[in-house]
Structure formats: C-alpha cells, structure tokens
Design a protein around this ligand. Structure first.
Ligand code: PEP
Ligand code: MN
Length: 356
C-alpha cells in the first residue's frame, strides 16, 4: 500500500499519520527524494482500513500495491539502487565486469586469474570455495583455505571478491574474506539463509533459482531486504527449459522486466545460463544491450583442466575477446542507459502525477 500525501501537508499532520500507522503494527518506508509525498506501508495490513486512512488530514489518496514484493518494488523506491563495494558501484551508469574461476583450486591458480582479470579491466573477482555440485563425488571446494587465497589475490590486485555461501554457519566463516556474499541458484528459496544474510553488513548477490518465476525471484530478494540488508544484487543465470543444446536457457526478457518493476541491480551470468563457451560472448552482449547492470563470467587459464565448469569457462584470449567486443557496443549501450536514467529522474520528479 502506498499513501500519497497532500501537497500542502503540515509537519504535524505527517507525524500524526505516521504514528497512526505505527500503532497498527505496520512498518513504514519513506521514499527519499520525493519531498515526503509518498509513504509506503509494509507488513501485516489486516488492521488497516483504507477508507479510514484516506480520511486522515494530509492524505490525498491510498493506492494498493498488487505485487507481493514491496521493498524490492520500484513503486516503493523509484530510483535505482546502487550497491557500493570498495571503489565499484553496481547499478550505476557503467555496467560492472565480474570474472574469475568457477572454483578456487590452488593459490597459484587464483593469483594468476586475479592478475588477468585486473589487467583486462575486470572489477570484481569471483571464485567458489563452497561448491553446490550435482554429484556428491564431484569437487566440493576448498573451504576457508580457498577463501583466504581468494581474499589475498583480490587485495593484491585491487579487486573486491565474491564467493558463494551455502549455509548459515558459513556466513561467519566467510565474512572476513569476502566483500559480497553470493547465494546460489539452488539456495534462492532457502529462506533461513536469506534472512540470515539480511542481517549482515555486506552486499548479497542473489542468483535466480533455475525454475523461479519473477515473483519468486523478487520475493526472495524481499526476504533479505525486509531483514535489514538493502544491498541486494540480482543475477539472471539461466532457467530450466526443454532445450537440450545448452545447460540452461538465458532469460533475456527478465533483464528489462526487472528494470521495470524493481530498483535492484541485475547482473547476468552467461556462463551458467548457457554452459557453453561459444555462446558466452553473444549472450553477454545481448544482456548488456537489454539493460543489465553488469556481467559475471567464469574464466580459467586452462578450462580443460578446471575442477568444475571447464566447458563454460573462457580462457584468457576468449576473455580478452569478450571485453574487446563489449567495447564495440559500449558507447551505444551507455547512451541508452543514460536515457533510461533520465527517464527515471523525470518519473521521480513528477511521481504522483504518474500514479494511477
Ligand atoms: C556458480 O556461480 O559457480 C554457481 C554454482 O552458480 P549457480 O548457483 O547459478 O548454479
Ligand atoms: Mn560454476
């Protein structure tokens, strides 16, 4: 529910409306930058009577929000969320480049890849140390030792690092070493894990479950947001369909759709979305053209020797090719992004005029 306040609302009236709502046990979300004209309500609204609220002095109208997600909704937060990690800003004009191996394998391996990623202009280093593998016999990751190597390699080359956390107990273990916690596709609906990550002070990069709908995806983000962590980054990593020529199907539609309905940054992961090295470049470019706030790719010096996901990892020359190709379209993409940002600003400036 959104409450649109009158133009000429007085401070005392605003306070009274707030106190009235708080007494009903709901939480309030005050939109920044819209001159206090909009008040969002979240929580259990059973005790709220729309007509009674509309009768309060200072209220212009009440608008029900039909979507089940609130904090993740652009209606509640019209401007894009920008997540800052050290010197990297995710969700702003420039799409962000995240790269690294599927898994940290050895100290030398992660150092070598970190150097390559930073030299080529990558901004965030990825590397799994707890690996969610389909088979219990497959390599499961190096755990804390891997996290330490990842952190040191990132530090050396000035790259913030991201790694997947699979269990609540591992949050504290990983916390000293990672800059961003990744939630894997398989854990997108592990609500206890999401709530626990809602209480940490670091960004969460949440991947879409491989059969999750848009609503389910954003409701999972809502778990993290409503537990107190506003630094949520979404990731499209492909969904399960009937096609057999790729590991998953990259859902291009969801990129602009997320931008329409949510303020959260959306990153694409063409490595897991395709499972094929030869498709990573075209799919990355398509996703960026569609409005993605960045991409994450798996990179390995010798993909044929990788402990996991070698067949979807770029070798160094393929990584360089990807970045070269990105540069070919970059100026045009930035122009489109700039226009989108201007549209958002315009929408914010006459927000109430656009409300139904
Ligand atoms: C990964 O990033 O290595 C990974 C396991 O991804 P996903 O959860 O998307 O399968
Ligand atoms: Mn992988």
């Amino acid at each position: 529910m959104i409450i649109v306040l009158s133009h000429d609302i007085r401070v005392e009236q605003y306070e009274e409306i707030k106190q009235y709502l708080l007494r009903k046990g709901v939480r309030l979300h005050e939109s920044e930058g819209i001159e206090k004209r909009i008040l969002g309500i979240i929580g259990d609204k059973r005790d709220l009577d729309r007509n009674a609220i509309e009768a309060l002095p200072g209220v212009e109208k009440v608008i029900p929000i039909l979507e089940p997600y609130k904090l993740a909704s652009r209606k509640f937060h019209p401007r894009n969320t920008v997540v800052t990690v050290q010197n990297v800003r995710i969700g702003e004009l420039n799409p962000v480049i995240m790269a690294g191996p599927c898994a940290v394998e050895t100290e030398e391996q992660i150092w070598d890849i970190a150097r390559e990623v930073s030299e080529r202009g990558g901004q965030i280093l990825r590397g799994g140390v707890y690996k969610p593998r389909t088979s219990p016999y497959s390599f499961q990751g190096l755990g804390v030792q891997g996290a330490k190597w990842l952190e040191q390699a990132g530090k050396k080359y000035g790259l913030p690092v991201i790694s997947e956390v699979m269990e609540i107990e591992d949050i504290d273990t990983l916390h000293p070493y990672v800059d961003i916690f990744q939630v894997g596709a398989r854990n997108m609906q592990n609500f206890k894990l999401l709530k626990a990550l809602g209480r940490v002070d670091k960004p969460v990069f949440m991947k879409r479950g491989n059969s999750a709908t848009l609503n389910e995806f954003l409701m999972s983000a809502e778990y993290i947001l409503s537990s107190g962590n506003e630094k949520v980054i979404l990731c499209e990593r492909g969904i399960r369909t009937f096609v057999e020529y790729t590991r998953n199907t990259f859902d291009l539609n969801i990129v602009p759709m997320i931008k329409n309905v949510s303020h959260l940054p959306i990153i694409i992961d063409p490595s897991h979305a395709t499972g094929r090295t030869d498709l990573i470049i075209p799919v990355t470019l398509a996703g960026l053209a569609a409005g993605a706030d960045g991409f994450m790719v798996e990179v390995h010096p010798k993909p044929y020797e990788a402990f996991s996901d070698g067949n979807q990892s770029l070798n160094y020359s393929q990584f360089i090719q990807l970045l070269d190709d990105w540069r070919v379209i970059k100026d045009s993409v930035l122009m489109l992004r700039k226009r989108k940002l201007e549209e958002v600003e315009k929408h914010v400036s006459d927000y109430s005029a656009h409300l139904p």
